[in-house]
Design a protein around this ligand. Structure first.
Ligand code: PLP
Length: 438
């Protein structure tokens, strides 16, 4: 067991280890998990009473912190009224309210809302929409997806098929996930103009294969799990122009970046053409949609995409999960969006960004640190080589913080409501750990 776990813990760690799968773990060589008993604000309380400052927002989701009374109240009320009902042939006000809000805050072209149940499913839905759209436009040969390396879009089969082709999932599942086209990841950094060659490969691929390509999918501005790489908004502008030129749909996957994380409500807002944001034909949102209180994701699309799907031989969009439009999740999302609308999240993010830039800067001088970068409420220390996640996690817990490094990345994306003192605790721990790596 991790050394902070008291033998008297109320959590049955042995059962957990023997029977319960955690993300990306082995069931026979399971690494012990930490037991959390409660969470409040930006703090997680472990079973032994130790309190950790959370640097993860539980994987980008809990932007308002944990146990926020406004979201809890809304969910409790909803639970007592209508916790779930099938969405086939039935509608309800939480779904309508949420969809109204989403249509109102996303770019004007996005008018249709599909309420999915997780981020990966939102991506599946987006890919299916693109393929079915072209069937409806009598171009059913357009069935392949073009994307960039170092991308991450989820763990289900279609989502995996557009993840980084050099990652394990591709090599492991072979032909089932290798039918799509990849070009190099954007090289132009966020704060730099577009490198002149950066879109060349994309253009070349579109010139030769556009008649088979249904859509380009990309994470706007930040490639997350594929390397925490921030790229130039001009890349996105150029990509939109290429998609228009070659008659290919653009799918933006904002599942990690959506709802304020990069300093804009949506990351695509960093990229504007003549004062107008780059517009997706299809947009995927998830994670922070409900403030991290319950699973929900959405795929939004334009009227044109919806019309194409209606014109396809099936005539309807062929997707409809059991928990589609779950009212409890929709109500939580409405409460979370209301908080974003009231709160000064833009100032909060600016303050977090400013502080992280100052506090993390010095890490660049440590021997094994390759790069330090900050955008919005995301702070990254990139190491020269892969770190030992389990070992570092224990070190972070000993330092009183919850940070989960992966690959060669030590990074944080804290709740927006984090205090300056809590943030310093996180950045100090990051630096301490990065400095100790030799
Ligand atoms: N797309 C992006 C950009 C993500 O970061 C993730 C999750 O990390 C997903 C899709 C998949 O979301 P989920 O884990 O909710 O299925």
């Amino acid at each position: 067991l991790p050394k902070n776990h008291a033998q008297t813990s109320s959590i049955d760690f042995e059962f957990d280890k023997q029977h319960i799968w955690h993300p990306y773990t082995s069931m026979t060589q399971a690494l012990p998990a930490f037991g959390v008993v409660s969470a409040q604000g930006c703090e997680l309380t472990l079973d032994d009473g130790k309190v950790l400052v959370d640097g993860t927002s539980s994987w980008w989701a809990c932007v308002h912190g944990y146990s926020h009374p406004a979201i809890l109240d809304t969910m409790q009320q909803q639970l007592g009224t209508l916790s779930h009902v099938m969405f086939g042939g039935i509608t309800h006000q939480p779904a309508i309210e949420l969809s109204k809000k989403l249509v109102g805050i996303t770019s004007p072209k996005l008018t249709k809302v599909f309420l999915a149940d997780s981020g990966s499913i939102a991506v599946e839905v987006a890919l299916k929409m693109a393929l079915q759209y072209w069937q409806g436009r009598s171009q059913s040969q357009k069935q392949r997806i073009l994307t960039v390396k170092c991308g991450y879009h989820g763990d289900t089969f279609a989502a995996m098929s557009v993840c980084d082709p050099e990652g394990g999932m591709h090599t492991m599942f072979g032909d089932s996930v290798t039918q799509h086209e990849f070009v190099s990841a954007p090289q132009s950094r966020f704060d730099e103009p577009l490198l002149s060659h950066d879109l060349d490969e994309m253009r070349a691929k579109l010139i030769s294969q556009h008649s088979e390509i249904a859509a380009v999918i990309i994470e706007p501005i930040l490639q997350g799990a594929g390397g925490m790489r921030f790229y130039s908004p001009e890349y996105l502008i150029g990509l939109r122009k290429l998609c228009d030129e070659f008659n290919v749909l653009l799918i933006l996957d904002e599942i990690a970046t959506g709802f304020g994380r990069t300093g804009k409500l949506f990351a695509y807002e960093h990229a504007a053409i003549d004062g107008q944001c780059v517009e997706a034909d299809i947009l995927c949102l998830g994670k922070a949609l409900t403030g991290g209180y319950i699973s929900l994701a959405v795929t939004m699309c334009s009227d044109e995409v919806a019309q194409g799907i209606s014109d396809s031989p099936a005539g309807v969009f062929m997707h409809g999960p059991t928990f589609m439009g779950n009212p409890l999740a929709c109500a939580a999302a409405c409460a979370s969006l209301d908080l974003l609308a009231q709160d000064d999240w833009q100032d909060q993010i600016k303050q977090i960004e400013r502080q992280m830039k100052i506090e993390l800067k010095g890490a660049i001088d440590y021997p094994e640190v390759k790069d330090v970068r900050v955008l919005g409420a995301i702070g990254v220390i990139e190491m020269n080589s892969t770190v030992n996640t389990a070992e570092l996690q224990q070190e972070f817990v000993d330092l009183g913080v919850w940070i989960r490094p992966f690959s060669n990345l030590i990074y944080i994306m804290p709740p927006f409501v984090i205090t300056s003192a809590e943030l310093t605790k996180l950045t100090s721990a990051m630096k301490h750990v990065a400095k100790g790596i030799t």
